[in-house]
Design a protein around this ligand. Structure first.
Ligand code: CMC
Length: 425
């Protein structure tokens, strides 16, 4: 017999079906709760709410496990390219050689942007944040590539997005510096192409460094999906109204921008720079992070799901040492970060609150070493997260039980009140 839970409300007993995931995660199904009982559940921030069933990513926050389509993140970071990972997330299996070659051809074929889009870039005010530009440009892409009829069309659009977002990111960087745009090259891999578009110049031709290409692949793989996080939930929510793919992805970019989510990688570097500049001691910083009356938080620490060391942080920390070692860079921010981590991990407040470094704590230092400017960090996260958003959007569209997302609320305002004419207010 399948499992159920019993719920007693106002003396009456209700039986609710239990759903068990493939890794033994349990939920009880409240779909009929309001209809049967008149009650809804209350869960601000959705910390206990399963909004969908998904076969894409598995996380165990207590054990520090992250797997895409069953494959541990450690194996993907070690062996895969970002494009193989993107294919895996979207299609549910690793690509064969011919599938990978076909994907590469499509990515190359769709890497250019419509020339008229350059005008948009030129007209953003100089101080515009690249995340705002990216979100607006993804929306604009929809007008240039509107049709999404057949299944094949949809797959082409997925690759369009993955390819064009990379071109847009590099283009916005070049234009923000008043530099000539570098066009994508068909002979370069996805990540090498991006680095070339960012840094090639007639005076200093970019020489592809395979270690940096590997580092960028790893960075993007680590960010490629993270189940129902804030931005992915936004993508699914917007998509649930049947808004176009591009509009849903643009919503994901907007949600990612915030410093509590993808914007944390920029916030971490800004925090480390400030500590360095002000000469603050590590103890002072930790004391402020623990003080409830001080809004300061240790950026890059803590996570809604991970109650142990973020497995992505372990990988990026190693990558950080490798990249800085290879480039012979001595970054004082890395020393500050390591000292902060050391103190925080033995501090009672951080231990009691299960606060460990998350992926953003060290990723900014790797990006900095790769000469990516700080205000582009969250754009790099967005390039990485794009296949995850696409896979989750696709899964939600294919879900036979899909419904428009429409949470309820507990109303706490005034009860019925009389209209007050203007002269009596
Ligand atoms: N520094 C100091 N205290 C913290 C921190 C931190 N970074 N994070 C959480 N806490 C405390 C918080 O003050 C609260 O304490 P208390 O229970 O005594 O009031 C407790 O821990 C729980 O915090 P919360 O805000 O209720 O937890 P949450 O699950 O809602 O938030 C979080 C998770 C990631 C937003 C939060 O830990 C945070 O703000 N971290 C810093 C920003 C950051 O690094 N974000 C990147 C997340 S990883 C990238 C991604 O996938 O988005």
């Amino acid at each position: 017999m399948s499992e159920t839970v019993r719920l007693i409300i106002e003396g009456k007993e209700y039986e609710l079906p239990v759903i068990i995931g493939s890794e033994g995660e349990k939920a009880f199904d409240i779909t009929a709760l309001r209809r049967k009982t008149g009650y809804i559940t209350y869960d601000p921030g959705f910390g206990n709410t399963g909004s969908c069933a998904s076969a894409i990513t598995f996380m165990d926050g207590e054990k520090g496990i992250l797997r895409y389509r069953g494959i541990p993140i450690e194996d993907l970071a070690e062996n895969a390219t970002f494009i193989e990972t993107a294919f895996l997330l979207i299609n549910g299996h690793l690509p064969s050689l011919s599938e990978l070659n076909q994907t590469r051809v499509l990515l190359n074929d769709s890497s250019m942007l419509h020339e008229s889009m350059q005008v948009f870039f030129q007209n953003f005010p100089q101080a515009s944040h690249p995340m705002g530009i990216l979100s607006a440009m993804i929306m604009a892409l929809r007008s240039f590539y509107p049709d999404m009829g057949t299944e094949e069309d949809i797959h082409t659009h997925f690759l369009y997005l993955i390819s064009k977002v990379r071109t847009m990111a590099a283009m916005s960087y070049r234009m923000s510096r008043g530099e000539k745009v570098v066009y994508p090259r068909h002979d370069l891999s996805y990540c090498a192409n991006f680095l070339n578009m960012m840094f090639d110049s007639p005076v200093h031709p970019y020489i592809v460094d395979e270690d940096l290409v590997k580092a960028m692949n790893v960075f993007l793989i680590l960010h490629a999906d993270h189940e129902q996080n804030c931005s992915t939930a936004a993508v699914r929510l917007v998509g649930s109204s049947r808004a176009p793919l591009y509009a849903s992805i643009a919503a994901g970019v907007s949600a990612l921008w915030g410093p509590l989510h993808g914007g944390a990688n920029q916030a971490v570097i800004e925090m480390l720079e400030k500590i360095h500049k002000d000469g603050a001691t590590i103890d002072e910083v930790i004391r402020r992070a623990k003080d409830r009356n001080d809004p300061f938080r240790l950026m890059g620490f803590g996570h809604r799901i991970y109650k142990t060391y973020d497995p992505r942080a372990k990988i990026i920390k190693k990558m950080c040492d490798k990249v800085l070692g290879k480039l012979k860079i001595e970054d004082p921010l890395l020393d500050i970060a390591k000292r902060l981590e050391e103190v925080a991990l033995t501090d009672a407040y951080f231990i009691d609150h299960n606060l460990y470094p998350n992926v953003d704590f060290y990723s900014g230092i790797v990006l900095r070493a790769m000469r990516i400017p700080t205000n582009m960090f969250t754009v790099m996260f967005a390039i990485g997260r794009l296949p995850g958003w696409i896979a989750q959007w696709k899964e939600s569209m294919e879900d036979p039980s899909r419904r428009i997302s429409r949470p309820r609320q507990i109303y706490t305002g005034l009860t019925e009140s009389a209209w007050v004419p203007m002269d009596q207010r």
